[in-house]
Design a protein around this ligand. Structure first.
Ligand code: SAH
Length: 225
């Protein structure tokens, strides 16, 4: 499968390719039990899950937290290609976390933590609040809601990388939320992934997030900032 990586400018070594191969096997083996993905065909998984997860690779450094990791996207592919990253993966669903622990064990990944919890609660815990260089999230919520889940985790100067399909309205809708939470949209980058348009929104944290955020989930959802 090295061709698919090369066509997107990656040149993974044997070991890295083996890790992706093993991840693919685990994903398809456990999929029925853990309900991870609707996509199972090999080329599609590589493109729509693995390559897609890597699109933000150049923005992510140091210690990052992935909110709503599900089957591990984008965090696990990022960790495979950049093993020096320190990763924390958060998911509200216990079963998803069980799966992720299996992946970590089977792939022998180091410096990676799996936390079963809700972002809006963990973000008030001082072990996590404003402790990370970067935060990532893919397919978790619309940007105004997602910003409230994610921005509180980042240190001032750090980055929030939101993986999106179509961004245009969401960015406008999220302007107010991003500002209140201490962020500023720095870059919007578009990619063509076969027939899919993918968008990365890079938000820089410029100021501390006021302590009342994130609010309770019902409030976040009913009245996005
Ligand atoms: N990021 C993965 C999974 C997307 S599905 C991917 O791109 O394939 C969304 C996941 O987010 C689910 O696993 C769900 O349990 C989790 N989730 C949704 N809201 C959450 C919250 N507030 N805190 C933590 N996890 C959440």
């Amino acid at each position: 499968m090295s061709e698919i990586f090369k066509s997107f400018g990656y040149n993974p070594n044997e070991q890295t390719l083996k890790s992706f191969e093993k991840y693919y096997e685990i994903l398809t083996f456990y999929n029925a039990k853990f309900n991870i993905t609707a996509i199972t065909e090999k080329n599609e998984v590589y493109l729509k899950h693995f390559i897609d997860s890597l699109l933000g690779e150049k923005y992510i450094y140091g210690e990052f937290i992935d909110i709503g990791s599900g089957g591990g996207f984008p965090a696990i592919p990022l960790k495979i290609i950049k093993p020096e990253l320190k990763a924390t993966l958060v998911d509200a669903t216990g079963k998803k976390c069980e799966f992720l622990k299996e992946v970590v064990k089977e792939l022998g990944l180091k410096d990676i933590k799996i936390i079963n919890g809700r972002a809006e609660e963990l973000a008030h815990d001082k072990t996590f609040r404003e402790k990370f260089d970067c935060v990532t999230a893919r397919a978790v919520a619309a940007l105004p809601v997602l910003s409230e889940y994610c921005l509180p985790f980042i240190k001032t100067g750090g980055k929030f990388i939101a993986y999106k399909s179509n961004n245009v309205n969401e960015i406008k809708d999220a302007e107010n939320a991003i500002k209140i939470l201490g962020g500023k949209t720095e870059k919007v980058e578009e990619f063509d992934l076969a027939d899919n348009k993918r968008t990365l929104i890079v938000i820089k944290k410029e100021k501390t997030t006021p302590s009342e955020y994130p609010r309770a989930n019902s409030k976040i959802r009913k009245k996005p900032l």
